[in-house]
Design a protein around this ligand. Structure first.
Ligand SMILES: [Zn+2]
Length: 154
């Protein structure tokens, strides 16, 4: 069977000496079906996922992507709703979600595969901090933001 869904492509990456593939390109699309993703973002997500699974006492943990690289227009739409950080809001005009400022940011949460219950955000953030340069918790929208602003600016 050939898939006719755009971006229905598994992403393979090496973690240690293992080739892993727990994410697909479509998971990183924006509302317009456009996608741009840094290889390092996939690697850090796979490492985070792997450690969450090692620590899990409740079976398989999955990472669900809720946001990735944004267009300028998309960032502005979001800021219209949530405000610019320069005015005490939540959206940065130089967001790592924008391609020209790295495009290496990803928003996500984690859940247990068998019952879809959320892994506590604090727990996910603590593990994510082992791999991402910057990790923030957004309690109201129940997601973690991770980016690699140091590694990618070297
Ligand atoms: Zn974010």
């Amino acid at each position: 069977m050939v898939s006719h869904r755009s971006n229905d492509i598994r992403i393979k990456t090496k973690v240690g000496d293992r080739l892993v593939s727990n994410f697909a390109l479509w998971e990183f699309e924006n509302q317009d079906g456009w996608v741009m993703i840094q290889p390092l973002t996939i690697k850090t997500l796979e490492l985070t996922r792997a450690e969450l699974n090692v620590r899990s006492t409740s079976g398989e943990v999955q990472i669900i992507i809720t946001g990735s690289t944004r267009t300028q227009e998309q960032n502005e739409r979001l800021a219209y709703r949530l405000g610019w950080t320069t005015n005490g809001g939540l959206v940065s005009p130089t967001s790592r979600h924008l391609a020209r400022y790295g495009g290496d940011a990803v928003d996500f949460f984690a859940r247990y595969a068998h019952n879809k219950k959320l892994v506590p955000l604090e727990e996910v953030a603590n593990v994510a901090r082992h791999y991402f340069d910057s990790v923030f918790i957004y309690m109201t929208s129940r997601h973690i933001h991770g980016d690699n602003r140091q590694k990618l600016s070297q």
